[in-house]
Design a protein around this ligand. Sequence first.
Ligand code: GDD
Ligand code: MN
Length: 387
Amino acid sequence: MVTKSSVAGAVTPPSSASTAPALAAPAPVCDLTVIVPTFNERANVATMVERLHRALEGIAWRAIFVDDNSPDGTAEAVKAIAAVDPRIQCLRRIGRRGLAGAVVEGMLASASPFVAVIDGDLQHDETLLPSMLKVLRAGDAELVIASRYTAAADAEVEGLAPVRQLGSQFANWLGRLVLRQHVSDPVSGFFMIRRDLVDPVAAKLAGEGFKILFDLIASQPRRLKIVELPYTFRERLAGASKLDQRVVVDYLGLLISKVSGGVIPTRALLFGLVGASGVVISLAAFAGLRQVGTPNELAQLFASLIAMASNYLINNEITYRDRRRRGWGLLLGYVKFCALCSIGLLANLAVFSLVIKWAPQYPLVASVAGTGFGALWNYMTTSVAVW
Ligand code: GDD
Ligand code: MN
């Protein structure tokens, strides 16, 4: 009985649909699943559903909101609609955060031939969805990207602050370099793809960061047929952006990890970069302490402790942001970090002397080997014992 009325509903959508999301029943076949990642978007949920309903008239669609247990009750808002609209689903993830991971899980939960991803904050223009689907259905592309940077959309991105615009364009430029394919907006959060292209690469996709589209393209074994459609990025009206520095750093890490064929994980890379910053800080601290008359040995000791503290704090904020230590745990972590890195330094020296004994004519090689080993030790042990 339910099925019967469902099918009827799909054929003739209710006319009272203009205000509330209509009670349209599920179509016999779902052509398109729209994945909507959300974190604290409660105020935008109802409008989002309403707009999807209007934009996708005549298309058999579903939407999966993937919510990372937002404290503002986004999931409850979605479920309230899902209770009366079978096209809507809420996937609530507990104990996890991350746009990319949320998108991947949503896509994997879908079963339609086509799947789209759109932000849940109304910044993306949902009226573009039917044109995107048309391109995919016609076989003109396997992936359609809604782009903020095509000639038509122009370089002016209205919804972004100037600094974000520059950053976003730089990220795009780097992305193009890595993809070796012209994509004007490879970090767009708005796209539609053939569903069957997702499963084979799902295991390769990084769960962190914002760059799911880029990752999806870079992970394919071959070049995809891509079409880009221009749109204007809208201003955010409710809620706040979750894109912060960590996301930018993540993206750089993802780029390098892709260039290296996935050999270098993002975290190890970040850890290495932070380590390099520590060298600079240590040198600066040493010079400063000498300036104020600190004896050489003491200056070197303090400089090392300062560098270790800064390495520790930066790693805590960036590299291991998701497992950040706080309060007493922060202090205890610092002690452990210093202890492990000191052992790392001994290991570094041991390897150095070993190599220099074999090849006394190559002190630089010995130094690189020692430093590399020490860094590896620090990374492996602190990742387990500190974070
Ligand atoms: N489930 C989940 N988990 N959703 C998240 C998370 C998370 O950790 N972080 C953000 N979101 C959701 C937001 O609720 C929103 O619906 C969407 O993902 C985009 O997040 P925003 O925080 O609004 O991103 P933005 O507008 O600053 O960034 C836009 O531009 C970027 C490129 O510059 C987005 O379109 C990004 O996808 C895009 O990469
Ligand atoms: Mn946004």
